[in-house]
Ligand binder design. Structure first.
Ligand code: PDD
Length: 286
């Protein structure tokens, strides 16, 4: 059985329980992070912690993050994941356990901190090379989706719509703009320019998104961060999603229509190869 972390303790998952008064359970009053580890080495942990720190500050949840890297490392080793090509650590911090009120609980209420680690299985090369499909869904989320809130109901419904449609990804669209996926960011290649929505309040500032932008620039590809209209997306040479549990995933059909020539394009291919190589190198170097 996997071992998890809960409020300072490392426990078998079966032994980890939380109160029904937890504000995460009652009110979705909390945040989460998902950090990848390549061959047991956490990748871009500082960036993940910076994003978490920002979210905690906005929500005014007080928690000292300094012990989290060590805790993540321990979960990876306690679960025998050091040799996995890719593993992920899921971390959740809620405002803690208190009698239900909409306003904050009394000062001194301790946040609930829970984490688990598990292997992540990359798709095989042949599967990836066939490409993936996506549908568009209206974005009815709140106005601060840069905060990695555990309140994910619109994301759940969007991803279920994708599953119901027999496709892999759901693309949120608001006011004609293609923003991001239900659990990943989105890029379009438009006349050779690698284009993605700017890191505003309207998208999550994906750590993979940032990394892929760096990889594209390092390859000399032009990159532009600007809102992309859905109409432009539909005419893109290529579309791909990025994320911790997505890496780089090319979309060959959007709403049933082929993207570009309907095949995985060279930019997605080059960036996926660079992504795999970069994370492999980081695992060896650190
Ligand atoms: N999802 N956009 C949304 C809405 C997300 O939920 C995520 C991550 C991303 C990509 O962020 P990153 O590159 O830092 O993983 C973009 C995580 C993996 C999840 O919900 O499981």
């Amino acid at each position: 059985m996997s071992r998890v972390y809960l409020n300072g303790e490392y426990l078998p998952k079966d032994g980890a329980t939380i109160s029904v008064d937890d504000r995460g359970f009652l009110l979705s009053d909390g945040l989460y992070e998902v950090t990848p580890a390549y061959r047991g080495r956490l990748f871009r942990m500082e960036q993940h912690m910076r994003r978490l720190q920002h979210g905690l500050a906005v929500l005014r949840i007080e928690y000292d993050l300094s012990g989290l890297p060590e805790m993540h490392d321990r979960l990876i080793s306690d679960n025998g994941l050091e040799a996995e090509d890719v593993a992920i650590v899921y971390l959740q911090i809620t405002r803690g356990v208190a009698q239900r009120t909409h306003h904050f609980p009394p000062a001194g209420t301790r946040p609930t901190v829970y984490a688990f680690a598990q292997a992540f299985h990359r798709p095989g090369e042949a599967r990836w090379a066939r490409g993936y499909e996506a549908i568009t869904v209206p974005d009815r989320r709140w106005a601060r989706v840069d905060i990695k809130s555990i309140g994910l109901l619109p994301n759940v419904l969007a991803q279920q719509a994708a599953v119901d449609a027999g496709v892999e990804d759901a693309l949120f669209v608001k006011d004609g703009v293609a923003l991001e996926g239900s659990h990943n960011n989105v890029f379009a290649v438009l006349d050779g320019v690698v284009t993605t929505h700017p890191a505003t309040h309207a998208i999550l500032h994906g750590i993979s998104r940032e990394y892929v932008i760096e990889l594209a620039r390092a390859q000399g590809l032009p990159v532009e961060e600007r809102p992309v209209l859905l109409d432009e997306m539909r005419g893109a040479d290529e579309i791909f999603f990025t994320g911790t549990t997505t890496e780089v995933r090319p979309t060959v059909r959007l709403d049933g229509e082929p993207v570009g020539n309907g095949k995985v394009g060279p930019v997605a291919r080059a960036l996926y190869e660079a992504f795999k190589e970069g994370t492999r190198a980081a695992a060896v170097a650190s």
